[in-house]
Ligand binder design. Structure first.
Ligand code: NAD
Ligand code: 0WE
Length: 265
């Protein structure tokens, strides 16, 4: 029997087979969890349905949800409540900034609107989902997980306003953990190394970034969505019952390096 047997999980953020959320869903299914999914737009419904089916899940448990809409968020939990008497796991694997925010210098690219959109979708949405999910998650050893990136705490070229949004997301994880701990809800984040997903593929210089990661990483490679999924399954299971408010790195060790030399330097 898997270590998530009997757990009911909602995963927000599947957009393709390469999504980090897909790696998380695969690990959850392997460990025996039941999984419901949301999808951002109708265009993505088919993909999420295929994944749900491939993982042997109930394909009725798919809900449209743009996280900028409180109505859509509330509707997800209202609908989910018709199928499940409670929720054990909530995964937030969502991030977005308008494309022009992720290129060029920080002061050059940042705008009030870019700041507002990136923080709304990438950070506030965690609080919004947690707020709406709380009644279904209370009193059952539940867990919430968010995906972050090390540019929350260190400067990464071009990540710009998304770094500020991830800093807010990580602070949100801690405030939620303190607030929801007494309800038996743990809240954690995984800080993932660079993975080539849809959200990453469109980024100029992403190859450079992956090359850097291979050079700098103690493990001399990038990480896979399977590795992120396995850590997510652990953090959302009762195996991690003593862990809350934490950011766990799954990055082949890149973040521990203070300086990296080229072979020929
Ligand atoms: P992805 O493109 O596969 O997933 C991003 C998801 O965000 C998509 O499913 C998209 O539909 C969703 N989304 C965007 N705006 C939304 C909205 N308004 N409403 C609902 N959903 C919305 O890319 P990914 O790399 O799997 O990203 C998942 C998470 O992992 C993000 O938080 C990202 O910042 C984080 N992350 C990614 C990397 C990486 O290198 N790929 C590294 C560290 C952290
Ligand atoms: O969190 C991310 C990706 C975030 C992201 C990506 C996009 C691309 C398409 C947010 N919004 C958008 N908007 C789009 O229009 N990562 C951690 C991956 C990533 O993105 C970077 C990186 C890394 C790593 C952007 C610049 C520099 C490094």
């Amino acid at each position: 029997m898997g270590f998530m047997a009997g757990k009911k999980a909602l995963i927000v953020g599947v957009a393709s087979d390469r999504s980090i959320a897909t790696g998380i869903a695969e690990a959850f299914a392997r460990e025996g969890a039941e999984i419901a999914f949301t999808y951002q737009t109708d265009k993505l419904r088919g993909r999420v349905e295929k994944l749900s089916d491939r993982l042997g899940q109930n394909t009725d448990l798919l809900f449209q949800c743009d996280v900028t809409s409180d109505e859509e968020i509330d509707a997800v939990f209202a609908e989910l409540g018709k199928h499940w008497d409670g929720l054990d796991v909530l995964v937030h694997s969502v991030g977005f900034a308008p494309r022009d925010q992720l290129a060029g210098g920080f002061t050059e690219s940042i705008t009030r609107e870019g700041y507002a959109i990136s923080h709304d979708i990438s950070a506030y949405s965690l609080a919004a989902l947690a707020k709406s999910a709380q009644p279904m998650m209370t009193g059952r050893d539940a867990a919430i997980l968010a995906l972050t990136y090390d540019a929350a705490v260190k400067v990464v070229p071009n990540y710009n306003v998304m770094g500020l949004a991830k800093a807010s997301l990580e602070a949100c994880v801690r405030f939620l953990a303190a607030d929801l701990g007494p309800e038996g809800i743990r809240v954690n984040a995984i800080s993932a190394g660079a993975v080539k997903t849809l959200a990453a593929a469109g980024i100029g210089g992403f190859r450079k970034m992956q090359n850097y990661a291979v050079k700098a990483a103690p493990l001399r490679r990038t990480v896979t969505i399977e590795e992120i999924g396995n850590t997510a399954a652990f953090l959302c299971s009762d195996l991690a019952s003593g862990i809350t408010g934490e950011t766990t790195f799954v990055d082949a060790g890149v973040n521990i390096m203070g300086m990296v030399f080229d072979e020929d330097d």
